[in-house]
Design a protein around this ligand. Sequence first.
Ligand code: 5CA
Length: 452
Amino acid sequence: MRLTKYFLPVLRENPAEAQIASHRLMLRAGMIRQATAGIYSWLPLGFKVLRRLEQIVHEEQQRAGHIPLLMPTLQSADLWRESGRYDDYGAEMLRIKDRHERDMLYGPTNEELITDIFRSAVSSYKDLPLTLYHIQWKFRDEMRPRFGVMRGREFLMKDGYNFDLTVEDAMHAYNRHMVSYIRTYERMGLKAIPMRADGGPIGGDHTHEFLVLAPTGESAVFYDRAVTDLTLGDRAIDFADRGQVSEIVATWTAPYARTDERHDAAEFAKVPEDRRVEGRGIEVGQIFFFGTKYSEPMKAVVVNEAGERVPVQMGSHGIGVSRLVGALIEANHDEKGIIWPEGVTPFHVGIVNLKQGDGAADAACEALYAELRSAGLDPLYDDREERAGAKFATMDLIGLPWRITVGPRGLANGRVELTSRRTGESEEMSPGAAIARLSDIYRGHLDGRPAA
Ligand code: 5CA
């Protein structure tokens, strides 16, 4: 992409309404624009990051054996009357009447709708286990939408639902989700810690939230510092292997880590004092096991091996995809702007032409641009007639992890400059060496990404 052809409405001033860094930077970098309270348009740069996160979520869900589908945003109230949640959900649910005076709602979550799909098609244990998921917009009429996309009213969620014959099978589904979520967040360059939490309106006692530690987080959390040292890395995981999956879960859930609703001072006191941390976190996901809470009232039953009709064991599992964009920025920024981790960056590298209009500089930038693209990378070329300082400020604000600076002086020696956004360190090298270095850096982050 060339910047003169793109739509990147950056703001010079700090928007007054933004209280935290991610909200401020998303507005300033031209990623989002508020449509109305808690509802945002995703401008091209923000949309690119959102799509990239969706892609990672899809890849990791399918790696775990879960199957994508797409359910609508609008649902009929009748299904929610069957589960009893139409009345229970309260003011957070946006209720709508259609022209025939039928009660509709904008889905805040999809347990009822997916259970209805399941019961209409599955009646035998032979079709289990089954986990279906989608990535779809949700609406919750939050009392206090704030912090931009972090607590929106309309937000994008990945929600998955497992259907199993036995509690043990459903616990394996729960564990599979926990491991796949840890891997998903790691691929995004985030550390999210599973913590024992509260079931809330989804239900069930067996639930973990995933929290990104950040002082601006809305949740108070208590944890053993040891949990922050754990990483999954890219070791091979066989998601069908119950032993391997439950062993990973055991490792990650052994250290004390709970949100304030589940905090137990006596248990916490057993953690060595120098490892006890009270902090704050951003909830970027939650997994639930709730057994037959929906299958029983909605009669989602299967015939088991003995020929008996039994309600299926279920759980649901959510990732806050749009909230993650904010969480990523909270965890990765400095006073100049965003610093995207390589796994999620909207463009891989920015090209800054120090002297637009100079024949040699323009030709070198065009060649670099074309070669980066043929190497499978996605560059953003700042080809504006602007001062170098303004170009650097824009690149720093939008946070591409790497910048190649091209100017007549360096070119005279066959050199360009490669700069890391995170460290600020620069190195001079030939354009070919810069391309080779970037290809190396992004190897492993490119799976599934369409070639530029
Ligand atoms: N049905 C279950 C799991 S599929 C469910 O709805 N879980 S949830 O309520 O925990 O939501 C899943 C994730 O969506 C949360 O962990 C959070 O990251 C995100 N989320 C929830 N509310 C909001 C909101 N108002 N704005 C942005 N993201 C939100």
